[in-house]
Design a binder for this molecule. Structure first.
Ligand code: SF4
Ligand SMILES: [Zn+2]
Length: 367
């Protein structure tokens, strides 16, 4: 498939130049305010070092916008090293978690820069040891991991719950788009809607069974893939949110495009054939979700207002970013905000199909 070849070529040339860091340099964590299933609380984010996403390292070449691979070692890591690094990161925040846990719910988000449930990326023994450590912290009520749908299996979830027992467990899956053509040809995701629905159903089955387990599912939605106009990007994000809710997803997180190194999206951006979305488009998506979607919806604001991220103008970038963060925590719409640059956005939306590139992926002048 052309998109896979192209992504693979770009990925390989980046991997040749990439500076690989040690697991010690890659492990990191931060602790911040968040909206949990139980309400307002705090989340500890821990990045565990891994060799890298199998989809990005394999023949598929990975997704057109993702550079998580640059946060990986590209080679196997000793199991004890990963576990010890995880322990260290948790230890840094444990005192605070214990105090906060008396007043608010606490979640842990364990990110593996790929699929936590893929044994090639996080060996089963390592995964279970990490979860065992988490299970011993009473204050942590919710455990969140990310995975591609093909690794979501009933027996894997049952094994996880046998360790974490009654803590809530959420699998976040990068659905990105409800449209198979967009997901396949513009994002190069490598799985179908059926694959996604199968994973959601496995999670829901466990959740509904007569047991103490609480299993949840979150969908990531990518805002503005390549070769997509501003208007189409908004519509597609709205449609995908509706689809995700209809198939039974519990929460949604929108991820507006930012340009990461060594990706196809970056190649197009450098050639002037791609621009990340306006923050106004993001606002439109949030406000639509508040009206039409009843499950919680989140917005990833990383990269907002930067050269490589969603952008409006210097006057309103920061204000809107803060308004979006606040609106996410409160699950409210963003109202009554005006700036001169809005006119420009409106005219781009109106003429959207005129300035959309019609060039097919295989004909792009990428070299
Ligand atoms: S988005 Fe996920 S599946 Fe796609 S390349 Fe990145 S880590 Fe791998
Ligand atoms: Zn502005």
């Amino acid at each position: 498939m052309e998109i896979q070849q192209l992504t693979k070529e770009i990925r390989n040339s980046y991997l040749e130049r990439m500076k690989v860091r040690s697991p010690e340099k890659l492990a990191t964590s931060w602790y911040q305010e968040d909206l949990l299933y139980e309400g307002k609380g705090k989340s500890l984010f821990v990045i565990v070092p891994t060799p890298g996403c199998s989809w990005a390292l394999g023949d598929g070449g990975g997704c057109t916008m993702c550079s998580y691979i640059s946060d990986c070692t590209l080679e196997p890591i000793d199991k004890n090293t990963i576990i010890n690094l995880f322990k260290n990161e948790l230890k840094k925040h444990l005192d605070e978690i214990k105090v906060d846990g008396k007043e608010m719910p606490i979640a842990i988000k364990i990110f593996a820069s790929g699929s936590f449930l893929n044994p090639q990326e996080v060996p089963v023994e390592t995964r279970n040891k990490i979860l065992k450590i988490v299970s011993e912290v009473d204050q942590i009520k919710e455990v969140i991991v990310e995975s591609r749908p093909e690794y979501v299996k009933k027996e894997v979830l049952e094994e996880i719950f046998s360790i974490i027992k009654n803590k809530l467990f959420e699998v976040s899956i990068g659905l990105e788009s409800q449209d198979d053509f967009i997901r396949e040809e513009k994002i190069n995701k490598g799985f179908t809607k059926e694959d996604f629905e199968k994973a959601v159903n496995i999670i829901k089955e466990i959740d509904h069974e007569d047991n103490e387990y609480t299993a949840k599912c979150k969908a990531y939605i990518f805002v503005k893939p390549i070769l997509t106009s501003e208007k189409e990007a908004i519509e597609e994000a709205k449609n995908t949110a509706k689809y995700a809710e209809d198939v039974g997803v519990d929460r949604i997180s929108f991820c507006p495009a930012t340009i990461h190194k060594g990706t196809l999206i970056e190649r197009l951006w450098r050639k002037g054939s791609y621009k990340p979305p306006w923050i106004w488009s993001v606002v439109a998506i949030i406000n639509d979700a508040r009206k039409n979607i009843s499950i919680p919806t989140f917005m990833d604001t990383s990269g907002f207002g930067s050269r490589r991220g969603p952008y409006n103008c210097k006057k309103c970038n920061k204000d809107l970013k803060h308004a979006i963060i606040k609106a996410t925590l409160q699950q409210k719409p963003i109202e009554d905000y005006e700036c001169q640059c809005k006119k420009e956005w409106v005219s781009e939306i109106k003429s959207s199909n005129l300035n959309k590139s019609k060039t097919k992926t295989k004909h792009l002048p990428l070299i």
